[in-house]
Design a protein around this ligand. Structure first.
Ligand code: FAD
Length: 320
């Protein structure tokens, strides 16, 4: 058995969720008495030898301008070629946007069993069983993978990364790189904000905030905490906030270490996108709001009174 981890990069930098996948893949290698290699596509500015800190022995790099941006078909073909020529029996990647596009395609090409949304290391004591989230995070399933080649797409922020001393070997991988059928002509990035999908802390607002003119309540607290901002669907639908902030069943699914929900009722469709958060704090004036059932900590109170006090206390604590 040998492990191959796909590292996802954006503008030359390896994504945090891919470092989690690297550490997770290395741990499977340790568990099964083998080694973990990684593969990265596109021109990368990050120092790839640093992957050794996550337990990766060798990084195979396909530095080619045409794979700087994700094209799922082109990426899948390269990964299939790499997995086959390197003899990988387990391919690991993050279950992020790229992973969701690549893993099922790769599964077909390699005739490999796929577990998407894995949340724990495989149990290899009797077969190869991987725990994953099902029903929008309301339950877990243990999936037994019986194919010779296995693919695991790891949910972001579900595996705690530990680092070790070490440097990875870096080598060019000579892959057949097809011309992508889709060309990225421009990228308009939101600047000056912490990306929601990668944020460790998220402050989120709902219809309880009454209107966009009151959003300083959310953004001030987020700024004090170094957090990203999010919102419920009706807030984005009413154009109070941009759609990329909408979390839930039909929006982004996130799993930060801390999720603070202000004036959000906690409808099941909202919870579907946030219930994998490690700690949930709910601020709502209605003690019967459903969100309190999912909360680790709750404050029953008027957000307009409570939130500025929390923001001030955090600022004082941080000397801001
Ligand atoms: P409300 O339900 O109006 O709740 C506002 C809350 O604020 C209340 O609990 C109220 O007590 C509280 N409040 C009011 N004033 C204050 C105050 N001054 N201080 C403190 N608290 C206050 N929703 C999503 O969020 N994400 C999704 O992805 C999503 N997908 C959906 C998909 C489908 C198919 C459907 C049918 C619905 C979906 N919804 C989604 C909508 C969802 O069902 C809820 O309607 C929505 O989440 C409610 O948003 P809200 O909590 O902001 O508003």
């Amino acid at each position: 058995m040998s492990i191959l981890v796909f590292l996802d990069q954006s503008e030359g930098q390896i994504k945090k969720s891919s470092l989690e996948a690297a550490a997770y893949g290395a741990k499977i290698a340790e568990q099964t008495g083998t080694t973990a290699d990684a593969i990265i596509l596109g021109n990368v500015t990050d120092d790839l030898t640093q992957l050794g800190k996550y337990g990766i022995k060798k990084v195979h790099s396909v530095s080619n301008d045409s794979v700087n941006h994700l094209d799922a078909q082109v990426f899948t073909k390269i990964l299939a070629e790499a997995a086959t020529s390197l003899g990988a029996t387990v391919v690991v990647m993050s279950n992020n946007f790229s992973g969701k596009a690549i893993a099922p395609r790769l599964s077909v090409r390699l005739k490999a069993g796929l577990v998407s949304g894995a949340v724990a290391l495989p149990n290899t004591s009797n077969g190869f069983v991987v725990k994953k989230n099902v029903f929008s995070g309301k339950a877990f399933a243990n999936i037994s993978v019986n194919t010779p080649v296995k693919i695991i797409a790891l949910n972001p922020n579900s595996y705690t990364v530990t680092t070790i001393d070490g440097a990875a070997e870096v080598a060019a991988f000579a892959a057949t790189v097809d011309t992508p059928k889709v060309q990225v002509t421009a990228t308009n990035k939101v600047v000056g904000e912490i990306p929601l999908s990668e944020a460790e802390i998220v402050v989120s607002g709902g219809r309880g905030l009454k209107g966009p003119e009151n959003w300083a309540l959310v953004t001030d607290l987020a700024k004090a905490l170094g957090a990203a901002t999010a919102c419920s669907r009706p807030v984005a639908d009413s154009d109070w906030r941009p759609h990329h902030e909408h979390v839930g069943q039909t929006g982004l699914a996130i799993a930060p270490n801390l999720y603070i929900a202000i004036g959000i009722s906690g409808a099941i469709q909202h919870l579907a996108g946030v219930n994998r958060s490690k700690v949930i704090v709910v601020i709502n004036k209605d003690p019967e709001a459903p969100f309190f059932k999912a909360a680790d900590y709750g404050i029953v109170g008027d957000a307009f009174e409570v939130v500025p006090k929390i923001t001030d206390a955090i600022k004082k604590l941080k000397g801001l």
